[in-house]
Unconditional design. Structure first.
Length: 415
């Protein structure tokens, strides 16, 4: 507990603190508040403090209200008296966009100089704003119309099919500058990827580069889908090549039962399979097909894929020519079979025996330069015997020498 002497010693200190607060700190706080709240007080205070050491140099850098007012009035007079209304409106339009508060202050000052001229300039500013808004509106309308045109072109390309769309893109007569990349933002994923996969590499790179400048997300999406398309195409092609090796050596009739329909393999696989088979082998298989609708669909699919790949001469032409030859040849053999079955066994045997003696082959049908069909009388005789009824063949063989019967039997057994 403090002693009496200590309490007496502290009293003057407390009195000094109270006096300091009442006569210095409180007035200073009030003046500070007035300084920031009252423009008039601040201007007067600055006028006094400008001559004070240190702080005067700092305060002198800041203009007084009167000085600010004089500058604002000078600016207002400049716009009213020295500029035409169009020039003044242009400058004030920029100020209004950047700082609306400064703009309002200047307009008020201009009204004190000449309210009539100020009104004219303000009207000009409003007209300018309307014109600017109109330009923006017109620009947006034009962009909307352009987008509609691009959408319509994308829809048209999608409806015409991949190959026709590629021709249209390469031709460029109906596609304006800057439209091609935008078209690919509106095409469906399937249509866009099909076009990009089969179009030439240079055009593909151009499209993807320009697309990356306007829609990187769409570009990356299409690139991913395109990579997947390439992977699937490679798998299909490898599968078709392997199947072609198998069916290239298989009996045509048995092969026809398996690949002259879509029961085991899809049309996509079959299309590529027949494109990898020798046309002669394809014809020998398809000639046994009784499903004309399947043959037509297969040929359409082959032609479509060849066009996409840029093939000039379709393999279907060779296949069709061989099939026509085989159908004609088979009909003639069938006619000969009917003729030989009507003959007596001994006469038929004599005719067959004579045909068997001639094994000299003659080319009767050519497929390009390296392939075709060669026939001899011997081959024709064997074809007739293979198609004749077994009882009739037995009677004919009964009229031949044992050595020739053995020879015929061996050939028939092998074939």
């Amino acid at each position: 507990m403090p002693s009496e002497n200590e309490r007496i010693t502290k009293r003057p200190f407390k009195i000094k603190s109270i006096l300091l607060t009442v006569f210095i700190l409180i007035p200073l706080a009030i003046m500070t508040l007035l300084y920031f709240a009252s423009d008039t007080f601040r201007d007067k205070a600055n006028g006094v403090l400008k001559n004070a050491p240190i702080i005067g140099g700092i305060i002198s850098k800041y203009p007084t209200k009167t000085e600010v007012n004089d500058k604002e009035l000078s600016i207002a007079r400049y716009y009213i008296e020295e500029l035409d209304k169009e020039s003044a409106a242009d400058k004030l339009y920029i100020i209004k966009k950047d700082d609306a508060k400064v703009y309002d202050t200047i307009i008020k000052k201009m009204n004190t100089v000449s309210s009539k001229k100020t009104q004219d300039i303000v009207k000009e500013i409003r007209n300018l704003e309307l014109r600017k808004d109109l330009v923006s509106t017109l620009y947006e309308e034009i962009q909307t119309e352009k987008d509609k045109k691009v959408k319509a072109k994308a829809s048209n390309l999608e409806s015409m099919g991949t190959r026709a769309a590629i021709h249209e893109i390469m031709d460029r007569t109906s596609i304006e500058e800057g439209e091609l990349e935008k078209i690919f933002t509106y095409l469906s994923n399937n249509a866009a990827v099909e076009i990009l996969h089969y179009i030439d590499g240079g055009t593909r790179s151009e499209i993807m580069y320009k697309l990356s400048n306007i829609d990187m997300k769409r570009k990356n999406e299409l690139q991913g889908l395109l990579n997947e398309k390439r992977r699937k195409e490679e798998e299909l092609e490898i599968s078709a090549q392997n199947l072609a090796k198998v069916y290239g050596v298989k009996d045509p009739i048995k092969a026809s039962e398996e690949i002259a329909n879509t029961e085991k393999l899809s049309m996509d696989v079959l299309t590529r399979l027949y494109m990898n088979l020798d046309p002669k082998k394809s014809a020998e298989i398809l000639v046994h097909s009784k499903d004309e609708k399947f043959n037509n669909e297969l040929f359409e699919s082959i032609i479509s894929l060849e066009e996409l790949r840029g093939v000039d001469q379709s393999v279907t032409v060779d296949i069709t020519n061989v099939m026509n030859f085989l159908q004609d040849y088979n009909k003639k053999i069938d006619d000969l079979v009917v003729l030989y079955e009507k003959m007596t066994p001994d006469n038929a045997a004599k005719a067959i025996e004579k045909l068997l003696e001639n094994k000299q082959e003659v080319t009767v049908f050519s497929i390009k330069e390296e392939s075709g069909y060669k026939l001899s009388d011997h081959k024709i005789a064997m074809e007739i015997l293979k198609k004749m009824k077994k009882p009739k063949v037995s009677k004919i063989l009964g009229n031949l020498e044992p050595a020739k019967v053995a020879q015929i039997t061996r050939v028939l057994a092998i074939e």
